[in-house]
Design a binder for this molecule. Structure first.
Ligand code: NAD
Ligand code: IPM
Ligand code: MN
Length: 369
């Protein structure tokens, strides 16, 4: 039976990097290693241009019915002036919220060939393999009230609200501890309990969860500002980092530079496992955005998107061996010296385009490289 993929290329470099994943999915189908049926939809600015909304109800229903959703990126200056409710990013946030994708896994792995492409010294990042577990459906992204109030005296008041409840912290904590058990058995939990009530609750719940269910995993806590500093000082101290929606967003962009580029970081956004079907809703997306500065030039790095497809194989379809093949093909391509502009580092090799990088990875997969 074919796996149903709902593909949302989005805006900017989104369609450019998604095209490379589609080639790989068709190759796997043709090879017979797994069958994928691809249906495409619109999200972000492209959906706004077509339907006046950041994602249509029809595409939400398709996303809900799919075995997995692949999304590339949304946003761009073209839509700077559209109403806030229908800005491109609202499409992505609706997908996360309505599909209840509370757990965002953002692995940051430094491929050996790229240890010199990072802005940090080679010895700090060589061998790096950490996992940021970002809470994705709560916190200040969704807390109410969230509004701008006119105070009537020429002043306005803007309000965002950070809210977390016990169950939200428990379920994201559980994901982090379970992942750590299969890795190096260490979790670093991060909040700002020195200034935020949500941080106080976060710290307390994570401690309790650890003591009751995961005493075999080492738990440490770092305040989020200090953790940002530690990420660029000594990133290899981390195994799994668990944190809230906003801190996770910021810290994962920081972690991206440890791997060489934002164009390298994939992610998986997962919901609860359905007790009846045993399946979970999931969306796979790179950490990067639509990169308006390079969109349309054909130079974007497709690796984050391709590795996100790899995460779909691993987490949605239990095709770990196929996911390993993708990771190995990426590593082999990089080891041969192929570089898109963002990961050029000090390499003197000519840079390759998005398509050339995608084709080289595909060739590795075909065993024809
Ligand atoms: P960005 O991630 O789009 O770009 C930041 C920098 O990284 C740029 O210099 C860009 O050229 C570079 N970059 C990003 N991805 C790259 C890739 N694959 N290959 C090579 N270089 C890459 O962030 P931004 O510029 O702050 O945001 C642009 C738009 O994207 C905004 O509208 C933002 O809201 C949106 N955004 C969307 C997502 C998403 O869809 N998941 C994520 C982040 C930002
Ligand atoms: C990300 C992005 C999104 C976020 C935006 C585009 C809504 O930055 O996925 O990292 O803030 O979560
Ligand atoms: Mn982000």
């Amino acid at each position: 039976m074919a796996y149903k993929l709902f593909v949302l290329p989005g805006d900017g470099i989104g369609p450019e990097v998604m095209a490379e994943v589609e080639k790989i999915a068709s190759f796997f189908t043709q090879e017979g290693s797994a069958a994928f049926e691809i249906e495409k939809g619109l999200v972000g600015g492209s959906a706004y241009d077509a339907h006046g909304v950041a994602i249509s109800d029809a595409d939400m229903a398709r996303a809900d019915a799919a075995d997995a959703v692949l999304l590339a990126a949304v946003g761009g200056p073209k839509w700077d002036a559209v109403p806030y409710e229908v800005r491109p990013e609202a499409g992505l946030l609706r997908l996360r919220k309505d599909l209840k994708l509370f757990a965002n896994l953002r692995p940051a792995v430094c491929y050996p060939a790229l240890a010199d492409a990072s802005s940090l010294k080679r010895e700090l990042v060589d061998g790096l393999d950490l996992m940021i577990v970002r809470e994705l459906t709560g916190g200040v992204y969704f807390g109410e009230p969230k509004q701008i109030i006119d105070l009537g005296n020429g002043q306005q008041r803007a309000i965002d609200t950070q809210v977390y409840e016990t169950y939200e912290i428990e379920r994201i904590g559980r994901i982090a501890f379970e992942l750590a058990r299969k890795r190096r058995k260490k979790v670093t939990s991060s909040e700002k309990r020195n200034v935020m009530r949500t941080g106080v609750l976060w710290h307390q719940i994570i401690n309790r969860l650890h003591d009751q269910e995961f005493p075999d995993v080492t738990l440490e806590h770092q305040l989020a500002d200090a953790l940002g500093m530690q990420l660029v000082r000594a990133p290899k101290q981390f195994d799994v980092i668990v944190t809230d929606n906003l801190f996770g967003d910021m810290l994962s962009d920081v972690a991206a530079m440890l791997t060489g580029s934002l164009g390298m970081l994939p992610s998986a956004s997962l919901g609860e496992v359905d007790s009846q079907t045993g399946k979970r809703k999931a969306l796979y997306e790179p950490v990067h955005g639509s990169a308006p500065d390079i969109a349309g030039k054909g130079i974007a790095n497709p690796i984050a998107m391709i590795a996100s497809f790899g995460m779909a194989l691993r987490y949605s379809f239990d095709l770990g061996a196929l996911a390993d093949r993708i990771d190995n093909a990426i590593a082999a391509t990089l080891a041969k010296g192929l570089r898109t502009a963002d990961i050029k580092g000090s390499s003197t090799e000519p840079t390759v385009s998005t398509t050339q990088m995608g084709d080289a990875i595909l060739k590795e997969l075909q065993g024809a490289a």
